[in-house]
Each structure stands twice: as C-alpha cells, then as structure tokens.
Write a protein that binds this ligand. Structure first.
Ligand SMILES: [Zn+2]
Length: 383
C-alpha cells in the first residue's frame, strides 16, 4: 500500500489521505493509511484525477506550430503548410515514428495528462507511462479519409465509436461537411466529432460527444466551436491536438477555454476527467476507491476550482499512473530517498525554474531525437 498524506481536494473542506493498492485507489478519506510500501507527506498540495486529453496526434508533437495567417478551413491550411513548410516537415519526419510518438507521450505526462486519446491512422503506440487510448474506429475527416463512407458503414463494426475531425472551419464547406457526414452515416453509428467549429445545435445532437480543442481552433481559424450552445446537445470533451497547431502545455489550453466563457469552471474541469471517462469507458476521472490510481498532485494554496486554472507543469509535485509514480518534483526527493525508492530509474529535468524527476528514459529519448533532428526544441532541459 502507498500512502499519499495530507492532500486537499477540489472544494474539499479538510485534507485527506489517499491509499493506493496495486493499480487502484483503495481509499480517499481522513483515516490513517497503513502504508508499508511508501508514504509521502504533503503540505499545501492538491490532489486531482490525472487529466484526460481526448485529442492528440502523438507522433506530431515534434512539429512547431505551422501557419502564419488564419484559414477558412483545415483543407486550406493543410495545402498551405505542405507548400510553405515542406523542408521543415521533412526534417521532423527524419525522426523515426516510434521516437516521435514517445515524445508525444512525454508532452502529455509532463502536464499531468494520464490518458490521451491518440488519433493516428492505424499505428499502435503503447506506453507504460500513460494510458494511450486507440480503441475506436479512426477516420481522419470527410476530406482526407479515402472511402470514409465505406469504412463508416462497415456492417461488421458496430460496437466502438467512430472518431472523426469534423467541421474544422468557418466557411460553408466546413458546415456542409458535417451534414455530409451525418447523411453518410447510414446505420447511425456512434460518432465522436473533433473540433466542430462550424457545428450547429441540430448537427451536434447527432454526435455521441464533441471534442473541443479551442487553442488549435483559434490558431488555425481565429474562431472556435459554439460550445455554449453545443454543450446542451452533446457531451463536451477537451483536447489539445498536436503542437502543429497548439502549445504543448494543456494548462494554457484550459486557461484559454476559461476566457471564452463558453463553459463554467466546473464544466471545463469535467471535460478533462469525468465526461471523457464516461465516453471512452475508462476507470478513471475521479479520486475514489476502486478507480485506477491515476493521480496528479500539484502545489496549491487554495482548493477553489478556479485556482486550478493557474497551474502549470512546473507546479506538479507528482504524477501517478495506475499506481506507478512516473514524475515527481525535487521537493519529494529526500522523502523518496529515505524509503528505498528506485530513484535510479528517473531522469532529472528542468521545466521553467523547477526540477522534476521523470521515469522511462526521457533524457536518452531527447538525445536520440536530436541525433536525427538536431534543431528539435523541447520545453524541458536534461539537468
Ligand atoms: Zn487532430
């Protein structure tokens, strides 16, 4: 049993102790946990469920943001960046796919994301560090997925949802594309849409859920989905998309989402934990007994939900996935060293002004990537 002691919860009145047994949370209450394995004591810290990022392309996170103006839709953007940035794109693609995706996993882990829904065309990425969800039918989009209608209407595939970029634009084309998709869904398969910038309420209600990626939308289109309306018709999940169109740090995305005033602080928070846990059928998204021990602990002086949106990767004290500590702040180093914790499995890195210890060989990965692509820029420095 692992004990994580003296932690505040969002809107909680008094600090709790969390007991973790194996991969699961055993208890969250004020009782003393009979640890045995490991005990960590915190002060002025808040415990959160590990975040769920419902949209990313893991292997696209070595790209910088490409695009220098606003576009009408994603096809226009796609054509433009392939002309304009051809040389830079090819440089990034020199890095083997598995290494690029491994970096994508770290991009998420460093921000406290313990589940990411990866949108890749059939390439399976596995990781021990976070949960990579690919258990759905992936269609790129109406414009870029060849024979999408045939794939969508495959009579043997009924169980899992179809996940598709849709309505990523501000013009008629983007709007009509949604109707086109819905009309082509002959057997009424479960659809999860990504972006939906051009989506209207009557279209939204035909989706099992919509993944909102506001930062990517504003970068590409200077606009985002009408979430204020759409949230009344379909569940809203939150996604970052890749660094091709957005920043690496999900907390910046959440802050932007707050500013849009489309959702309340509580609704936004649900869109990165309980809401996606339900849609993707995950045993996570909340801190309670028998849920997966996917836990983020952050420095926090207040348990008010609004204060969460001030956080950054620098402020994270610990990230746990299914009972394994995969990242911790140097503040915890001594406590861990005193308890025979396998510190040698962790690399030391610097994020902003903070030092973190991360498992899985992040520093070697950075070195390997740089051997293929020396210009690669990372938000962390091996230290
Ligand atoms: Zn995408």
């Amino acid at each position: 049993m692992i004990a994580l002691n003296n932690l505040h919860l969002i809107n909680g009145s008094q600090p709790v102790n969390i007991g973790i047994k194996g991969k699961l949370i055993a208890s969250v209450n004020t009782d003393v946990v009979k640890a045995g394995e490991l005990t960590l004591n915190f002060s002025s810290a808040i415990a959160l469920p590990g975040l769920i990022n419902s949209h990313d392309h893991l292997d696209f996170n070595l790209f910088p943001q490409f695009g220098e103006r606003f576009y009408d839709n994603y096809t226009q953007w796609g054509v433009h960046i392939h002309q304009q940035y051809k040389a830079q794109i090819n440089k990034v693609l020199q890095v083997p796919l598995a290494l690029r995706a491994a970096w994508g996993v770290y991009k998420n882990l460093l921000s406290g994301v313990t589940t990411v829904v990866d949108h890749s065309d059939g390439t399976k990425f596995k990781s021990d560090l976070i949960n990579v969800v690919q258990d759905y039918h992936c269609l790129h989009s109406v414009q870029f997925e060849k024979r999408w209608k045939k794939k969508l209407n495959n009579p043997l595939k009924f169980k899992k949802p179809y996940v598709v970029h849709v309505g990523e634009g501000v013009d008629d084309l983007a709007h009509e594309e949604i109707d086109h998709l819905l009309k082509g869904n002959l057997f009424n398969k479960k659809l999860i849409g990504i972006h939906g910038v051009a989506m209207e309420a009557h279209q939204g209600k035909s989706f099992k859920a919509l993944v909102w990626c506001p930062q990517s939308n504003y970068f590409l289109l200077n606009s985002t989905a009408d979430i204020k309306t759409l949230k009344q018709h379909t569940p809203i999940l939150f996604g970052t998309d890749s660094t091709l169109t957005s920043e690496w740090n999900i907390w910046e995305h959440l802050r932007l989402a707050v500013k849009t005033e489309h959702v309340s602080a509580e609704e936004l928070w649900a869109s990165v934990n309980t809401a996606p846990a339900k849609i993707w059928k995950l045993n996570t998204g909340e801190l309670s007994a028998n849920k997966d021990a996917d836990i983020v602990i952050a420095k926090a002086s207040s348990q008010d939900i609004n204060s969460l949106y001030k956080l950054n990767p620098e402020d994270l004290l610990l990230v746990m996935h299914r009972g394994s500590i995969n990242l911790f702040d140097e503040e915890l180093y001594q406590q861990l060293a005193n308890q025979d914790f396998p510190l040698q499995q962790f690399d030391r890195i610097k994020i902003g002004n903070a030092y973190k210890y991360v498992s899985g060989g992040i520093n070697r990965l950075i070195e390997q990537i740089k051997s293929y692509y020396p210009e690669a820029i990372f938000p962390v420095i091996p230290a």
